[in-house]
Write a protein that binds this ligand. Structure first.
Ligand SMILES: *Cc1c(COP(=O)(O)O)cnc(C)c1O
Length: 392
């Protein structure tokens, strides 16, 4: 029997009957293993000797001097495979192996979660099938190649908008007909136990960050900031500071091309609560509850729903959720590249963009931004925008 499936009124298990047995099996395994010292030691060892944890905390000195704040960057861009996603992929794949699963299913949007899962499967000797929308498979071709090189099979999804939402639908469908497999969901969303379990696998970000900033800056930050797609890197950072009442938390969503319907993925600014992919949370939907199309220059933030724990943090005012537009994120990308020598992921650039937008109000404050990933995967996008601008 599944218990405590919600964050306040949000979350839950709005899943078809055919998936319930798999979800209950997963919840039981997770409840057992999260308290199992041997499992935790194995995971810690992988994170330390394979993934590259702890990741450093870097002071962005030039940007800080220019704006009069103190900006610290938690460097998840330096984790193996270039983003925070490996924390969760390793955790879930290790769990799956522990309970005797030999095949892993996963969805991917931009391909980062697919790459992280293919990586974990290669390392742990598991079969890997990744569902990816046809539109994404085309625009993120190098990541399709990366997954295949590590032995994963990429299943291209031709339904719906043919992006992330449709890939999740297809992966869930595949799981229903293949209960001997484990489905590695890529963010802190979906039906219980995924939002809690994924958040726990990313808590290491916030725990490290808190210890590092206390040591390196001699105090807590005033504000902790992270971009929010499904919400996994943000919840990983936030959980480290949840008990510190003085630390403000800001999640930054994709403002895309502005607040017009279909042009953004800012769920808290443009949406309302509803059910998608097994969970009750804030979503972008029309008056009939049909899911609206979304847009963001960063594929990782381009999703119509947000993880339920964020919905609850927003409701009780513990965190607030703002957005940055494509243009603001691209400006932040350029600033961090030119002034700090770090090419950030376009997702992470949204968090930096919020800091730059609010630079005056943030003067004198100590800030920590979760730099969720590196920008190498986005270079084709950056170059084509730059060429388009040069030709216009
Ligand atoms: C996938 C991704 C995100 C968005 O996912 P969350 O679950 O919201 O963290 C953010 N940054 C990078 C680099 C990503 O790859």
């Amino acid at each position: 029997m599944i218990k405590q499936t919600r964050f306040g009124e949000f979350g839950g298990v709005f899943a078809p009957e055919t998936l319930m047995a798999s979800l209950e099996e997963l919840e039981q395994a997770w409840r057992h293993l999260r308290a199992d010292a041997k499992f935790q030691a194995r995971l810690q060892n992988l994170l330390h000797t394979y993934a590259g944890r702890p990741t450093p905390l870097t002071l962005a000195e030039r940007l800080s001097d220019e704006h009069g704040f103190e900006l610290w960057l938690k460097r998840e861009d330096l984790l193996h495979t270039g983003a925070h996603k490996l924390n969760n992929a390793l955790g879930q794949c290790l769990l799956a192996k522990e309970i005797g699963k030999t095949r892993i299913l996963a969805e991917t949007g931009a391909g980062q979660h697919g790459v992280a899962t293919a990586t974990a499967c290669a390392k742990l000797g598991l079969e890997c099938v990744v569902y990816m929308g046809a539109v994404d498979a085309k625009r993120q071709k190098p990541n399709v190649g990366r997954m295949e090189l590590m032995g994963a099979r990429v299943e291209v999804v031709e339904h719906g908008q043919r992006t992330l939402k449709d890939a999740i639908n297809e992966a869930m469908r595949a799981w229903v007909s293949d209960p001997a497999a484990h489905y590695v969901l890529g963010s802190a969303l979906g039906p219980h136990p995924f939002p809690s379990m994924v958040a726990e696998f990313h808590e290491v970000i916030g725990k490290e960050a808190r210890a590092q900033i206390l040591q390196q800056a001699n105090g807590l930050p005033d504000v902790a900031i992270a971009c929010v797609g499904g919400g996994s890197n943000a919840i990983g950072l936030f959980r480290g500071f949840m008990q510190d009442d003085s630390v403000e938390m800001v999640g930054v969503e994709a403002g895309g091309e502005g607040m017009e319907e279909g042009k953004h993925a800012a769920r808290f600014s443009g949406g309302k609560p509803g059910v998608l992919h097994g969970c009750y949370t804030w979503l972008l939907q029309d008056a009939d509850g049909q899911i609206l199309p979304t847009h963001s220059v960063s594929a990782g933030l381009d999703y119509p729903a947000v993880g339920p724990e964020h919905a609850e943090l927003q409701k009780r005012g513990r965190a607030r959720y703002e957005y940055a537009t494509d243009d603001e994120a691209l400006h932040a990308f350029a600033q961090l590249s030119e002034k700090e020598g770090i090419l950030p992921a376009l997702e992470s650039s949204h968090a930096v963009a919020w800091v730059l937008q609010n630079a005056t109000a943030l003067r004198g404050k100590r800030l920590i931004v979760n730099l969720s990933g590196r920008g190498d995967k986005d270079l084709a996008t950056i170059f084509s925008l730059r060429d388009a601008e040069a030709n216009s």
